[in-house]
Design a binder for this molecule. Structure first.
Ligand code: ADP
Ligand code: MG
Length: 272
C-alpha cells in the first residue's frame, strides 16, 4: 500500500495533535462474511477525508463502525483520542476491556453527525420540526432555544425560507440540505457523509456539494464517502481508496490524478 509522507499518520506523530478519528487494524465480519480486513486511518481535526471505492468494498460499514451503528470484531477506533465502545478497567489485578454502557456510548456518538444517502427526514414533521427534534428530545434544550438554533442551521444550508414545508414538498437536494442542518443542530465535532448525493437527480447534486464545501471551509472535520471526484479533488485533504475491505491507496488529493495502485487506476477510469 502506498502511504505518502504527508499522510495524516505522519502529521499526528509529528505535531502531537490528537486525531479526530483514528482507526487501528479495524476488522468487521458479518457471520462468515469478512467485510473489513484491517483498516488503518487517521483523520486530523479540521480536515476532510474522502473515501472512494467500488460498491461492496466496506465504506458504509466503516462509517457505521465509527458512529457505533455496528460493533467491531477486531481492532480499535478512537474518536477525539478516546476508544469507542469500550474502556480498559482493572479487574482482579488484570486490565480487561469492558463494554461502555448506553449512556457512555450515547455521549461518544453525540460527537458525530451523520448524513445518509437517503434523507431519512420524519415525513410528518416540517423542516423546522425535523431540525428541532433531537435538540429538544435528546439534548433537552428548551423549545425556544432549539428553534432559534434550528433556524440558524437551516439558514446556513440555504433552507431558511422553507421552515414550514414538509419533506414531500421539497426536492431531494433540499431534503438532503435539511438532513445536514439536522445533524449540525446537535453540534457535532465530526460529520460523516455516506454518499449524500448518490440518490439525487444530477441537477440537484451541486447544491448539496456546495453546502458540504462551505462546511469544510468553516473548519468542520469531515469523512465523506462519495463518487464525486471533482469534489474530492477540490475539497479533500486526504483521499482513501478502499477495495475488498482494505485501504489500497491513500494520500493527498494529487493521487486522483496520479494513482499508483492498478485497482485505483481502474476505478478512476470507470468513474472519471
Ligand atoms: P459499500 O458501502 O462500500 O458499498 P458496505 O459496507 O455497504 O459496502 O458493504 C460491504 C459488504 O458487507 C457487502 O458485501 C454487504 O453486503 C455486507 N454487509 C453490509 N452490512 C451488512 C449486514 N448488516 N449484514 C450482512 N452483511 C452486510
Ligand atoms: Mg455504501
Amino acid at each position: 500500500m502506498k502511504n505518502t509522507a504527508n499522510s495524516n499518520d505522519y502529521v499526528a506523530a509529528q505535531t502531537g495533535v490528537t486525531p479526530a478519528v483514528q482507526a487501528k487494524g479495524v476488522h468487521k465480519a458479518f457471520g462468515s462474511l469478512h467485510v473489513l480486513k484491517g483498516i488503518d486511518l487517521t483523520v486530523m481535526p479540521g480536515t476532510v477525508t474522502v473515501i472512494l471505492g467500488p460498491s461492496g468494498s466496506g465504506k458504509s460499514t466503516f462509517l457505521r463502525l465509527i458512529n457505533q451503528l455496528e460493533t467491531l470484531t477486531g481492532g480499535e477506533i478512537d474518536v477525539d483520542g478516546e476508544m469507542i465502545g469500550y474502556k480498559w478497567v482493572d479487574k482482579d489485578g488484570q486490565r480487561v476491556l469492558q463494554t461502555l454502557d448506553d449512556k457512555q456510548i450515547a455521549a461518544q456518538r453525540a460527537k458525530l453527525g451523520m448524513v445518509f444517502q437517503r434523507f431519512n427526514l420524519f415525513p410528518h414533521m416540517t423542516t423546522l420540526e425535523n431540525v428541532m427534534e433531537a435538540p429538544v428530545h435528546v439534548a433537552h434544550k428548551s423549545k425556544s432555544e432549539a428553534r432559534e438554533e434550528a433556524i440558524k442551521e437551516l439558514q446556513r444550508v440555504g433552507m431558511g425560507d422553507r421552515l414550514d414545508y414538509y419533506p414531500m414538498q421539497l426536492s431531494g437536494g433540499q431534503q438532503q440540505r435539511v438532513a445536514i442542518a439536522r445533524a449540525l443542530a446537535m453540534h457535532p465535532d465530526i460529520m460523516l457523509f455516506d454518499e449524500p448525493t448518490s440518490a439525487l437527480d444530477p441537477e440537484l447534486v451541486g447544491e448539496v456539494l456546495n453546502v458540504m464545501r462551505s462546511l469544510a471551509q468553516g473548519g468542520m472535520t469531515m469523512i465523506c464517502v462519495t463518487h464525486e471526484i471533482g469534489f474530492a479533488r477540490e475539497v479533500a485533504d486526504q483521499i482513501v481508496f478502499m477495495d475488498g475491505g482494505v485501504v489500497v491507496e491513500k494520500g493527498g488529493p494529487e493521487i486522483i490524478d496520479n494513482p499508483t495502485e492498478p485497482r485505483f487506476k481502474d476505478f478512476l477510469n470507470h468513474v472519471l
